[in-house]
Design a protein around this ligand. Structure first.
Ligand code: 2IO
Length: 411
């Protein structure tokens, strides 16, 4: 049974480092309650599993968080046959097969272009010089969208993302999010209108085709495209940054991975467990529910603390350590002795539709960087600084490298 502890999610210490709070939640069996937000925060692996797999917890909070800036519903707001149909359409373009046959080459081209500007300096910030542009460019490329205005798209994306993931906004920040939303929708709308009846293979054309289900309006398609842009871009640079942080700060790890690239997949999953780019997932109860002894009224706002669940000692041994040899799927063992999986992609019917794509993307990009840059190390004196409560990532990741392999040497 758990007990409720009062909590302020905007507390500066918590923002600076949530991990101590996670650990005390586990040792004291606490569920946190933020009175100002009227929100419960659950950080036990078993509770987060229950919430995300229960029909009594809905995605209703997204109506206020996402819809105002998406212009219509996102995938996670859909249920039933509509949800199944849209989800399958998105899955069909993000398949492992498309990855091998099309996206791999696109992603390597993006990575090569962005890296090439920094090769002579022997130094690069993997977040600021690379990751932020990389994440947007990759997403636009795989969606078949133009990349010529990607810097503007990146700015609008950031405004929309901060609206969706905010826990508190000033009026100015709210206005800025809405302005970015208007700009990105104005940019996407004519593209969607031109592509939706083109009969092609891109996501827009596939969503535009009526396949059994109702035809989608332009604003519905724009919202889903925006959903994919956001969900694919926002966590990507963070995952890549954390991965390289672990590779470069855990003794001997880089050498092992450079020699045995098969380890990279496990390294990506262990990174996502230990430093989950999406730290919070909101839900609302559709009826009165009791969970681990905590009574929740109908309409209660609940946040799943993904970062806490992924460090729960009742699910993972040595939960705060980077253990690359954790069993292949990034699993631990729960109280019943069965496999416990990291929840970085959520779970249940709204589990991340892009998970397969994301794992392949990060692994491929890391492989590419390890092939191109030799003798990589963290820039001496570098200290990691993480930012964000909802999505969280390193603000910068400065690395040095001594030499560069020829681009053509890769085969
Ligand atoms: C985009 C938070 C980056 C999603 C969201 C409104 C819905 C949904 C998520 C993830 C990651 C983003 N929620 N992706 O948590 O599509």
């Amino acid at each position: 049974m758990r007990t409720i502890t009062q909590f302020n999610v905007l507390d500066k210490d918590f923002q600076g480092g949530p991990y101590a709070t996670y650990s005390s939640m586990h040792s004291s069996n606490a569920v946190l309650f933020d009175e100002r937000l009227g929100a419960y925060f659950f950080g036990h692996h078993a509770d987060v599993l229950s919430i995300l797999q229960s029909p009594s917890f809905t995605t209703r909070p997204l109506a206020a968080r996402a819809e105002p800036v998406m212009g219509d519903r996102v995938l996670a707001q859909m249920e039933g046959s509509e949800h199944r149909s849209r989800r399958n359409t998105i899955l069909s373009v993000m398949s492992a097969r498309n990855f091998r046959e099309q996206y791999k080459a696109l992603i390597e081209t993006v990575a090569e272009q962005l890296l090439s500007e920094h090769l002579e300096r022997g130094e690069i910030d993997l977040i600021k010089d690379f990751g932020r542009n990389y994440s947007i460019l990759v997403t636009l490329s795989i969606l078949g969208l133009p990349t010529d205005r990607y810097e503007e798209v990146a700015t609008w994306h950031a405004g929309v993302a901060s609206f969706i993931t905010s826990l508190e906004m000033t009026d100015d920040e709210r206005r800025w999010g809405l302005e970015c939303s208007r700009n990105i929708i104005r940019y996407l709308k004519p593209i969607v209108n031109a592509r939706k009846s083109s009969g092609g293979d891109c996501l827009i054309a596939k969503l535009g085709r009526r396949e059994g289900s109702e035809e989608m309006s332009t604003s519905e398609i724009v919202a889903l495209i925006l959903n994919v842009i956001l969900a694919a871009s926002e966590p990507a640079d963070k995952a890549l940054g954390y991965l390289f942080y672990h590779l470069l700060s855990s003794p001997g790890l880089l050498e092992r991975v450079v020699k045995d690239r098969d380890l990279l997949g496990s390294a990506v999953r262990e990174t996502l467990r230990l430093n989950s780019p999406v730290q919070l997932i909101p839900r609302e109860t559709s009826e009165a529910v009791t969970l681990s002894g905590i009574s929740l009224h109908k309409g209660a706002l609940v946040f799943c603390m993904i970062g806490a669940a992924n460090r729960d000692p009742s699910a993972f041994s040595r939960p705060t350590e980077f253990v690359i040899d954790r069993s292949r799927s990034g699993a631990g063992t729960d109280q019943n002795g069965s496999a416990a999986y990291h929840l970085a992609f959520g779970t249940g019917r709204h589990v991340c539709v892009g998970a397969t794509f994301a794992l392949l993307q990060i692994e491929l990009t890391a492989n590419f960087i390890l092939d191109r840059l030799k003798d990589i190390e963290l820039t001496p004196g570098f200290l990691i600084h993480e930012a964000g409560l909802y999505t969280r990532g390193p603000s910068e990741l400065k690395i040095k490298f001594r030499s560069v392999a020829e681009a053509t040497a890769r085969a």
